[in-house]
Design a protein around this ligand. Structure first.
Ligand SMILES: Cc1cc2nc3c(=O)[nH]c(=O)nc-3n(C[C@H](O)[C@H](O)[C@H](O)COP(=O)(O)OP(=O)(O)OC[C@H]3O[C@@H](n4cnc5c(N)ncnc54)[C@H](O)[C@@H]3O)c2cc1C
Ligand code: FES
Length: 342
């Protein structure tokens, strides 16, 4: 690397720039080194057609699927916290966290709790080894920061994104604790895998029908800990209220609508008018009239529910969408009525 010529066009290099050259070169060397240690994982914005290698019951009502490429090629890299968008045989899309080992480049593992026989989880539970599934991703909405100490809190199926984080923290010799809660041990997936970790004294399992007190969830946090939490909405909300340190969390279902105002959706010019209550999303209201309306994450990040807006002003609530459209799972009307292009 050479120092550029003087800023004022004189043939001699500027003294300050000459001094900066070795600093910049050193920085470049360091960046290259750290990039080798930690490959950047970008969202893969294309479909992958995978075959289901195995289906295994891993707890009451929970199956784990291992997915692989039919051509035996390695899969795109992923980091703990990543999920796949799974396109189900019916065409519905649902998100499932990757819960295998990020070092395994040949298979992805997801685990799915049966929520409704008619829903996407019901479709997954019908799949058998040999079936083909199209997925998008991996995408990361729950990034794991490489800095401990950690307190992981998982409720039920919320263990799926947490398990690879625990594995990585254990592998790196970080200071970590896991509090894992569920209705009963039989309903909690991957207890045996947690038992097989070299440091099981760091795992506390709370199996009870009673909702755990937030002090039980946070009691194991050491000073300076970052909390990573995934589980039922009320559990996440309790931790958010109580924990003042760094907190990272992921919801599998939408947060309740708080502080919203009622408005109306008109379905096309001259079409039926659907009221949206203050405490519901436009998606919920729209699905009463049009039950087939597509949705997926219900949190404003997948884009499945995007519809055109013909008239009215929309508040997007943080969602990034092209002009003239809205995400009905999170966006609301700024005035009394919006007319949708549906
Ligand atoms: C990032 C992410 C990761 C996830 N990872 C996992 C995972 O690893 N494992 C796992 O089992 N699940 C995971 N989920 C949840 C999963 O994507 C599905 O939501 C779940 O399987 C239920 O889907 P379903 O189609 O069976 O149920 P649905 O029929 O979609 O119903 C699910 C629940 O939502 C309610 N509901 C239905 N429609 C609406 C609506 N329009 N508005 C509001 N509420 C509604 C229902 O009453 C029900 O309680 C994840 C979700 C996200 C966002
Ligand atoms: S359902 Fe994913 S953005 Fe609305």
């Amino acid at each position: 690397m050479h120092a550029p010529t003087d800023l004022y066009g004189r043939p001699r290099s500027d003294r300050l720039l000459r001094a900066l050259v070795p600093v910049v070169a050193g920085y470049q060397r360091l960046s290259a080194l750290s990039a080798r240690r930690q490959p950047t994982v970008r969202a893969v914005d294309r479909d992958l057609v995978l075959s289901v290698r195995t289906v295994e019951a891993v707890a009451e009502g929970v199956v784990a699927l291992r997915l692989a490429r039919a051509d035996g090629q390695p899969l795109p890299r992923w980091r703990p916290g990543c999920h796949l968008d799974v396109i189900l045989p019916s065409g519905r899309r649902r998100q499932y966290s990757l819960c295998g080992d990020p070092l395994d480049r040949m298979t992805y593992r997801i685990a799915v709790r049966l929520v409704s026989d008619d829903g996407g989880s019901g479709e997954i539970h019908q799949l058998a080894a040999g079936a083909t599934l199209t997925v998008r991703g991996p995408r990361n909405a729950f990034p794991f920061v490489d800095r401990g100490p950690y307190l992981f809190i998982a409720g039920g199926i919320g263990i799926t994104p947490i398990l690879p984080m625990v594995r990585m923290a254990a592998r790196r010799g970080a200071d970590w604790r896991l509090v894992y809660t569920g209705r009963s041990r039989e309903s909690m997936p991957f207890l045996a895998e947690l038992d097989a970790l070299p440091t099981t004294d760091r795992v506390r399992v709370l199996a009870s029908e009673d909702v755990p007190a937030v002090s039980d969830l946070l009691g194991d946090a050491v000073p300076g800990a970052s909390v990573y939490c995934c589980g039922p909405g009320p559990m996440i909300d309790a931790v958010r209220r109580e924990w003042t340190g760094p907190l990272h969390f992921e919801r599998f279902s939408p947060a309740p609508v708080l502080g919203g105002a009622p408005f109306e959706l008109q379905l096309g010019v001259g079409g039926p008018v659907v009221p949206v209550a203050a405490d519901e999303s436009a998606l919920e209201a729209l699905r009463r009239e049009r039950p087939g309306t597509a949705y997926s994450c219900r949190q404003g990040f997948c884009g499945t529910c995007r519809v055109g807006v013909l008239a009215g002003t929309v508040e997007h609530h943080g969602a990034a969408v092209p002009d003239g459209s809205m995400l009905v799972c999170v966006s609301r009307a700024a005035d009394e009525r919006i007319v949708l292009d549906v």
